[in-house]
Design a protein around this ligand. Structure first.
Ligand code: HEC
Ligand code: HEC
Length: 355
């Protein structure tokens, strides 16, 4: 009896300890991604495994999501009046019809101005540790006000945007209801960021497969996953539930488009080692967001995988993690099948009614 009680006691203690660990994990929870799964060793380096996304997106305590705020942010995201011409909304370059990204090689903004970089997807940006290809914005809130006054994106001044939106009754009312203020830039950024945190690519065939439905992925995609984690060494950088290490690497991608050279992360850190290094992008919904790379250098997943298999491009600062792989034709086909299995359950999208 006594022994039995002792055992029960220790079990309770263990459960308690486990509970405490979970609470600690949630408390540290800005970055739950890295806690989600055990590490895998690839080429001698331990990296977090890929796996299902956490059920909630990390949010700054000063900008928690709730419906009225998300609704307001969604309207602002689709409203061309944030731009000087009245025609360029966020969705112009992050279009829900093309994986919240832009099918153009590099983005074209106000008056046809061509930007130097490909527009990344807004899917799962709520899980990013930093924003932009070079990570120059720390948060979605900070990111959201950038494009408005970028001369080749939306080309409008912040003062004018606030003045224009202040004339619209529906926006005045919603800002009062959500923030208790007049229309202002901070609220605009917070509402857009709140909306972006609801744009999530999840429940893909991959997620279904790893959570128990062994028929959710084709045989070819299952073999492709093994290539991804093993011989292909993709997991070295595309790891964790959002398929990114949130780090910066130089793959020697050929520079196309209006920029001669993209210094990437170097622009932020001024560290020589960061020259030409760009943020590892998520691979979720990757089949929907062609073309690929920071400058849209590759039109297809096939071309992208061929390039990586060749060991990237010639570059004096090439990442040491990029090597010639020697994948067979079949392995490359399987790898691409796996990448296609990362497209999320289509989100039921309804255009917002603008005030
Ligand atoms: C003219 C096209 C264009 C418009 C309009 C535009 N963007 Fe972007 N967006 C881009 C490009 C190009 C990048 C990458 C720029 C870079 O990394 O330097 C980007 C980057 C981003 C990122 C970072 C994603 C990541 O993974 O790092 C987010 C988030 C984003 N935009 C949201 C928005 C929002 C919100 C708006 C509206 C307020 C907006 N964009 C308007 C083209 C555009
Ligand atoms: C050394 C880290 C690293 C490794 C290893 C790596 N990637 Fe990447 N991947 C990146 C970075 C960084 C970029 C963006 C590079 C750029 O735009 O210049 C990228 C871009 C991509 C893109 C284009 C994404 C987009 O949105 O445009 C795809 C697809 C991709 N990688 C798949 C793979 C696959 C498949 C493998 C394995 C065969 C792999 N990667 C191995 C870091 C890596």
């Amino acid at each position: 009896m006594r022994q039995r009680r002792l055992m029960d006691g220790s079990r309770t203690w263990l459960v308690g300890l486990f509970g405490l660990l979970i609470v600690a994990a949630i408390a540290l929870g800005q970055r739950p991604a890295l806690l989600a799964s055990d590490p895998v060793v690839v080429d001698g380096t331990a990296v977090p495994d890929i796996g299902p996304l956490p059920t909630s997106v990390p949010m700054p305590p000063t900008n928690l999501n709730y419906k009225a705020k998300v609704d307001l942010g969604k309207q602002l995201y689709f409203d061309g009046r944030l731009s000087k011409s009245g025609a360029i909304s966020c969705a112009f370059c992050h279009n829900p019809g093309t994986g919240f990204a832009d099918p153009r090689q590099t983005s074209i903004g106000i008056g046809g101005g061509v930007g130097g970089r490909q527009s990344p997807t807004v899917y799962n940006t709520g899980f990013n540790h930093v924003q932009f290809w070079d990570g120059r914005a720390a948060s979605l809130e900070e990111q959201a006000i950038g494009p408005i006054h970028n001369p080749i994106e939306m080309g409008e001044t912040h003062e004018n945007v606030v003045a224009k939106l202040s004339k619209i009754k529906g926006y005045r009312e919603q800002f009062q209801a959500v923030f208790g203020t007049d229309v202002n830039l901070q609220g605009l950024a917070e509402a857009i960021a709140a909306y972006e945190r609801t744009v999530i690519s999840t429940d893909s065939d991959f997620d279904k497969y790893v959570t128990g439905n062994k028929r959710a992925m084709t045989e070819s995609a299952i073999r492709g996953m093994a290539v991804f984690k093993g011989k292909g060494r993709c997991l070295l950088c595309h790891n964790g539930p959002n398929f990114t290490d949130n780090q910066f690497h130089n793959l020697g991608v050929p520079q196309v488009g209006p920029l001669k050279e993209d210094l990437g992360r170097y622009n932020v850190t001024r560290d020589e080692r960061d020259k030409g290094a760009l943020k590892t992008p998520t691979l979720r919904s990757i089949a929907e967001t062609a073309p690929y790379m920071h400058d849209g250098a590759f039109a297809t997943l096939e071309a992208t995988v061929d390039f990586l298999d060749e060991g990237g491009g010639a570059n004096s600062n090439l990442s040491p993690l990029i090597k010639k792989q020697g994948l067979s034709k079949g392995e490359k086909t399987d790898l691409i099948e796996f990448l296609k299995a990362l497209s999320g359950e289509p989100i039921k999208f309804v255009m917002p009614k603008l005030p």
